[in-house]
Design a protein around this ligand. Structure first.
Ligand SMILES: Nc1ncnc2c1ncn2[C@@H]1O[C@H](COP(=O)(O)OP(=O)(O)OP(=O)(O)O)[C@@H](O)[C@H]1O
Length: 272
């Protein structure tokens, strides 16, 4: 793990946080949506949560960021309960929503600057430098004055990621980051997720249906079904699994011998 003095963020100390999900249960009326979910995510890990529609992935992600309560169990972030808002302030938790949630009436610059300005995080010059540095990292140089409607879907996703970086996250969650993207843009987002792990020393939790994405960027992947975690394994372990649920979930689309992305020497995935 290349911890280093970052241009704008001091990553010489470990920033990434661990997440400890402790026997979480949740029902919506009579329906069990999270059933004794328990696992840990290591600081700096790229951890993918996948599974069929209705498995409980989004509910779990929403619980991790305290947008959803649970009936029992706890979730600890760096040892502090995720159900206290202060924890997220201290841990700099950020979430990149599926739809991006950009303000269409604001330029890219103002979209990125909005939250830091509201919370007076930085002085004007520092904010300017951080916005432009972040745009550069996400290959969005020259887009600062553009409006979201002028960008491609992949660029809008990258702007949404860039915006989350302005709070210097220690924990970054992505909700379906490659949905609605063509294969090249999806590969580009996969590369970005890998790069950010190195650049910012951030823990990444990725909720996705995209089996190729999961098996190419995930250091470990949890497969959920009907509110339960079926298995947690490395991509290689998943591909070699004889568990019928894993096989059924992976087989329709994925060819483990020919993943859509490959690992570059840097560890970041690149399109094949
Ligand atoms: N606010 C809610 N009220 C009632 N039921 C809900 C609510 N939110 C989710 N559910 C139900 O909980 C179950 C799990 O939903 P969840 O969105 O967590 O699944 P998911 O794995 O993220 O699915 P998808 O991949 O389709 O987003 C589903 O059956 C869903 O209908």
């Amino acid at each position: 793990m290349g911890r280093k003095k970052h241009d704008l963020i001091d990553t010489s100390e470990r920033r990434a946080v661990g997440v400890d999900i402790q026997h979480v249960n949740k029902r919506f009326r009579e329906q069990v949506v999270l059933d004794d979910v328990h696992f840990t995510i290591n600081p700096g890990e790229i951890f993918v949560i996948m599974g069929p529609s209705g498995a409980g992935k989004s509910t779990l992600m929403r619980a991790i960021v305290n947008l959803e309560g649970v009936d029992s169990g706890d979730i600890l972030i760096n040892g502090e309960s995720a159900f206290r808002q202060q924890t997220h302030v201290r841990m700099h938790t950020a979430i990149v929503f599926q739809a991006g949630g950009l303000f269409n009436s604001m330029s890219v610059y103002d979209n990125l600057a909005f939250y830091p300005r509201e919370h007076r995080l930085y002085d004007r010059k520092t904010l300017h430098d951080k916005v432009h540095y972040t745009l550069q990292i996400l290959n969005l140089k020259g887009c600062a004055e553009k409006y979201p409607a002028e960008l491609s879907g992949g660029m809008r996703k990258r702007v949404a990621i860039a915006r989350s970086l302005l709070i210097e996250p220690r924990l970054l969650l992505y909700d379906e980051p490659t949905s609605e993207l063509d294969p090249l843009s999806a590969a580009n987002i996969a590369e970005v997720i890998g790069t950010l792990k190195e650049e910012f020393d951030v823990t990444s939790i990725v909720v996705s249906h995209d089996r190729d994405l999961a098996t190419s960027i995930g250091e470990r992947v949890a497969l959920m079904e009907k509110g339960r975690v079926v298995t947690i394994d490395t991509p290689e372990g998943l591909c070699a699994s004889t568990n019928p649920i894993v096989r059924e979930f992976l087989q329709p689309n994925i060819d483990c011998q020919k993943p859509r992305f490959r690992q570059a020497a840097s560890g970041s995935p690149v399109p094949l």
